[in-house]
Design a protein around this ligand. Structure first.
Ligand SMILES: Cc1cc2nc3c(=O)[nH]c(=O)nc-3n(C[C@H](O)[C@H](O)[C@H](O)COP(=O)(O)OP(=O)(O)OC[C@H]3O[C@@H](n4cnc5c(N)ncnc54)[C@H](O)[C@@H]3O)c2cc1C
Length: 208
């Protein structure tokens, strides 16, 4: 069993999204003549202040998450303005050399390696891996053998969402009520969005 840390990286970064939103949204006011080199951020902040958030639907960003299957099960509940591509346990055969002939699991961010809960969890991962490999050895297909794979299984998912939906995702998934392993990736991701595109995201706070 290989233990890996959760993480993310951008899979697609829009170029000049604030300028794009401005160029499109000024149609509403027929104020295209007021576009200048530095006007986009201020204009997007004005839209935000008015609650004219639908204009943020016009740009998307894609993020590749490395998380466990529990986290992705929650992510795929988002329905509006969002698309997914996820590593498939139907098609990936983790007994193959390209996967290192082992299963990979995500380190639970709430237990230290020294604690008893971590060692109970670690033992369970070992049982699951052995059962998976025994089923494959008996001729089971990966889509059959996956029945014994744990929630902690490492998976990759690319989430493409428009900026309106990313705002909604951050509001739900950085909240104190969200799962710790969701917050583990969403809190730093929100900080990254805020650094890149402050006019669209810097009003969102993170509950402690
Ligand atoms: C803390 C927390 C606990 C949760 N616990 C559970 C649980 O125990 N069980 C469970 O099943 N789920 C649970 N969920 C998942 C939750 O019910 C949603 O499915 C998930 O968070 C996706 O959010 P959303 O519905 O806002 O979807 P999104 O697709 O992100 O929707 C964005 C927004 O679009 C609008 N919208 C979307 N669809 C429609 C529609 N059909 N009609 C009108 N407006 C629409 C809504 O305003 C919605 O908020 C939980 C979520 C959170 C954050």
């Amino acid at each position: 069993v290989r233990i890996v840390d959760a993480g993310f990286e951008f899979a697609y970064v829009p170029s000049v999204p604030m300028q794009r939103i401005e160029a499109i949204a000024r149609t509403c006011y027929k104020s295209e003549d007021r576009i200048t080199d530095g006007s986009a951020d201020t204009f997007v902040r004005t839209l935000r202040g008015r609650g004219h958030m639908a204009m943020l639907d016009h740009v998307t960003a894609s993020v590749r998450f490395v998380v466990d299957r529990g986290a992705t099960h929650e992510m795929v509940r988002h329905r509006i303005g969002v698309a997914f591509a996820q590593e498939s346990t139907r098609y990936c055969n983790y007994s193959k050399a390209k996967f290192g002939s082992e299963i990979a699991v995500i380190r639970p961010c709430f237990w230290s390696e020294a604690c008893r809960k971590f060692s109970i969890w670690h033992d369970a991962m070992g049982y699951a891996e052995r059962a998976y490999f025994q089923l494959i050895a008996e001729g089971a297909s990966p889509q059959e053998a996956r029945s014994v794979l744990p929630n902690s299984l490492k998976t990759e998912i690319v989430v493409t969402a428009d900026f309106t939906e990313w705002r909604h995702i951050f509001q739900q998934r950085t909240s104190a009520a969200a799962h710790p392993q969701m917050r583990e990736v969403m809190v730093p991701l929100l900080a990254e969005f805020q650094k890149r595109w402050p006019a669209a995201f810097d009003d969102l706070g993170v509950q402690q």
